[in-house]
Design a protein around this ligand. Structure first.
Ligand SMILES: [Fe+2]
Ligand SMILES: [Fe+2]
Length: 254
């Protein structure tokens, strides 16, 4: 075999080996994924499956099906490698810039739905606020939590009406849950009410494919207003580090 053929052969071998390695892991979904599918069945019996295939391992490292994250991931890495489409967030942030909001409120608009695009949908304002709490101004956290609640309540003083999209999505007779109504009363009288309200004002749903906003437009604002931990999100021993790790390795067995 000549050198070229040999290296081709070696490459093919390496590819096969990699493929085999990649297939030799078992993904066991977290209970919440199964519940979301209304699946109450028991998880797969990992022990029995391992007996049948001794090469099988439970997924504990990086998930080869997902883009690899850097060792010290930044917020921007999460936007690029983990969050789903974020055009809505980018458009909202640009809208906030045009509306003359402060940098920290532009950041709040940029981050307001990160739980929805990267973590969990229900109560996305509360989850999103918790995710960023150690890294942003307290007012940003408060406003992100509040936006989910305030979206359900009109404020004519700033021209905010109950969203027509909610009528379509949830029905004209939809009433927010009691805890949302309770939180609204508290939030309405809070000193930062208008900050939460401003997120709702700039929470635009213009999915115009011709409006393209690059994340890079906000690199400086993120740099100045988001305290990126040197160890990377997920590895800074903060009270929410495990939540970021859950997005890095969402199918980790333990
Ligand atoms: Fe939202
Ligand atoms: Fe939104």
């Amino acid at each position: 075999m000549n050198d070229a053929a040999l290296s081709l052969h070696a490459r093919a071998d390496a590819m096969e080996e990699r493929k085999a390695r990649e297939l030799d892991y078992l993904v066991v979904k977290s209970r919440i994924h199964s519940l979301a599918e209304a699946d109450f069945s028991a998880p797969p019996n990992a022990g029995a499956m391992l007996k049948a295939n001794p090469n099988l391992r439970l997924l504990m490292g990086d998930d080869p099906r997902l883009p690899k994250m850097p060792d010290k991931p930044t917020l921007i890495d999460f936007f690029k490698l983990r969050f789903g489409p974020s055009a809505h967030l980018l458009q909202s942030a640009r809208h906030a810039v045009k509306g003359g909001l402060s940098e920290k409120m532009v950041l709040a608009c940029l981050l307001h739905d990160i739980a929805g695009v990267g973590f969990i949908r229900g109560d996305h304002g509360y989850w999103g606020a918790q995710l960023v709490e150690p890294y942003v101004d307290e007012e940003v956290t408060w406003a992100i939590r509040a936006h989910q609640v305030l979206r359900f309540y009109a404020d004519p003083s700033v021209g905010y009406e109950y969203p027509q999209s909610y009528v379509t999505l949830f029905g004209a007779d939809y009433e927010p849950d009691a805890y949302v109504a309770e939180d609204y009363k508290r939030m309405r009288n809070h000193k930062w009410y208008m900050s939460g309200r401003m997120i709702t004002v700039h929470d635009i749903y213009s999915f115009d494919p011709n409006v393209h906003v690059e994340l890079e437009e906000f690199t400086d604002i993120i740099g100045r207003n988001f305290k990126q931990p040197a160890e990377g999100l997920g590895f800074d021993n903060s009270p929410v580090a495990h939540m970021w790790r859950a997005m890095i390795r969402p199918a980790k067995y333990l």
